[in-house]
Design a protein around this ligand. Structure first.
Ligand code: S3P
Length: 164
């Protein structure tokens, strides 16, 4: 199977769907955020704080580069990883990009207790989420090969759509 890259806003369900997809297909599951945390020995918020967002984006690029020759991966991508052209190109070159979307209210309910999302620290409200989502929307939609609205759907239903 060619790699599947799950993209979309924080809380869109990428990790949950990646787990389900991996167990259904036997593909190897990769959590980009978690892998970066392990490689750096630092929490995402600490990386942002100490080295800044650009540095974190660079780490995402390096990680994506390492998948180029791989197949059979289901990758749950960091919500901002696809904003860089280089990253979107690396994903396209080695797989299919699936965008998961959800309403800002749904996203808020899923992420409101998270302290591990520096972009939302101090901005944990529906209005901010809606605004940032709107800013990123065109980008997400342009790079995606397939788009799935996740509101009200189970992970199993979403997987079926992806594997159809
Ligand atoms: C980010 C999303 C996060 C994480 C980082 C930045 C973003 O990943 O990579 O906090 O810019 O949208 P999740 O989408 O897995 O929460």
């Amino acid at each position: 199977m060619t790699n599947i890259y799950l993209i979309g806003f924080m809380g869109a369900g990428k990790s949950t769907v990646a787990k389900e997809l991996a167990s259904k297909t036997g593909a190897r599951r990769i959590e980009m955020d978690q892998m970066i945390v392990e490689q750096q020995g630092m929490a995402i918020s600490e990386i942002f704080e100490k080295y800044g967002e650009e540095h974190f984006r660079e780490l995402e690029t390096e990680l994506l580069r390492s998948f180029l020759k791989e197949e059979n991966l289901v990758v749950s991508c960091g919500g901002g990883s696809v904003l860089r052209d280089e990253n979107a190109r690396l994903m396209k070159e080695s797989g299919r990009i699936v965008l998961l979307t959800a309403a800002p209210e749904t996203i808020y309910e899923r992420v409101r207790h998270s302290t591990e999302r520096p972009i939302l620290n101090g901005n944990m409200n529906v209005a901010f989420i809606r605004e940032l989502m709107e800013k990123r929307r065109e980008r997400y939609e342009t790079v995606a090969d397939q788009t799935i609205a996740t509101d009200g759907k189970t992970a199993a239903e979403i997987c079926r759509e992806i594997l159809m």
